[in-house]
Design a protein. Sequence first.
Length: 445
Amino acid sequence: MNDHLIGGPALPQERRLVTAIPGPESARLHARKAAAVAAGVGTTLPVYTVAAGGGVIVDADGNSLIDLGSGIAVTTVGNSAPAVVDAVTEQLQAFTHTCFMVTPYDGYVRVAEKLNELTPGSHEKRTALFNSGAEAVENAVKIARAFTKRQAVVVFDHAYHGRTNLTMAMTAKNMPYKHGFGPFASEIYRAPLSYAFRDGGLSGEAAAFRAIDLIEKQVGAGNLAAVVIEPIQGEGGFIVPADGFLPLLVQWCHDNGVVFVADEVQTGFARTGELFACDHEAVVPDLIVTAKGIAGGLPLSAVTGRAEIMDAVNVGGLGGTYGGNPLACAAALAVIETIATEDLVGRARMIGKTMVERLHGFADPRIGDVRGRGAMVAVELVEPGTTNPDPDLTRAVAAAAHAQGVVVLTCGTYGNVLRFLPPLSMPDHLLFEAFDVLEQVFREN
Ligand code: PLZ
């Protein structure tokens, strides 16, 4: 693939194992980590990165690993993508920070203009910028509450929205995200999702009515500020709701004066083969939360939405010292430009098609479901012929892939989902090689 996405030191696009994984230098660094870093901060694969770009991560021992994780769906345009490096370098030399709330700058306004233009819906919009996905989700809730003057928030089974106090309450899974960290924020209610593999193939409409019924009976539309949902769930297991689920929920929110918030932190910016996952079903959220892929690895997040909702907050009610940092804004503008000029939406579809074909080709009866959209694909591993989760196999396959120099991530409420999120700068030959490795790993485990 194309050099425009493989920048920096122009890393050889190859899988290269020169030591065991992790190698001795990584092991040494990991021992220092254990002595210096809080134990609660875990690592999936303790190889210590020294460079990354295109489709590879190079570690401290000189191994070159194929990256199917993109730092959890962040480096969509690639690591150190040339356009991002150039834009950030130029900004770095001009100024690094003033605080947008003190003396503002154009980069922030330009990112807001771009998000207002590109996010779903042609209505008048406003944007506010933050640092992390969780911070943006929290602000979306603040904004919805200020606009509706209501308090309740509905989230879904298997949801992941972050690790702050409010977003922990919104996140479904206890271990490792919530265990021992209560009390949690109040006025958060959980509704059932549409999860075809585990709900007997319930139609999207039927699943939406089931959720709406619960909301009406247990919360009451008149108390409800917002429904917050990931259009494809990320950490929860790459769960794609059945067709019709999201459009019906949006319609119900619209009819009841409830703010519909799409958490596109993981799905946004070309990842799913559309610019946003909502675009697959022409869903127009009132507010959309973005982060991760927005800025090529620099910390940036955003809430974008209907002008009348966004502007309901009093002046000074939104902000933060670093929100919309100039370097992150420069990176975001370069990312947005790169997605367009390199047709990364099309590239995500191609990569996704390849991954799905390869996974079906494994013909492994323990792969209960292959799902996802675009370059956001996962397999759910089960005992053959059942839906009983097999987290042990999932762990074993991930560990064996890591040992062979392929970075894969797991997810899912039951810990039985392997997910694939390659950077869209991944060259074809490496993508094929990664799936050759995975095929062999499935055969041997
Ligand atoms: N919403 C949909 O996927 C972050 C978290 C990994 P932050 N997902 C990866 C971990 O173990 O912490 C995420 C997400 C969705 C919100 C978030 C939160 O984004 O930038 O991590 O705060």
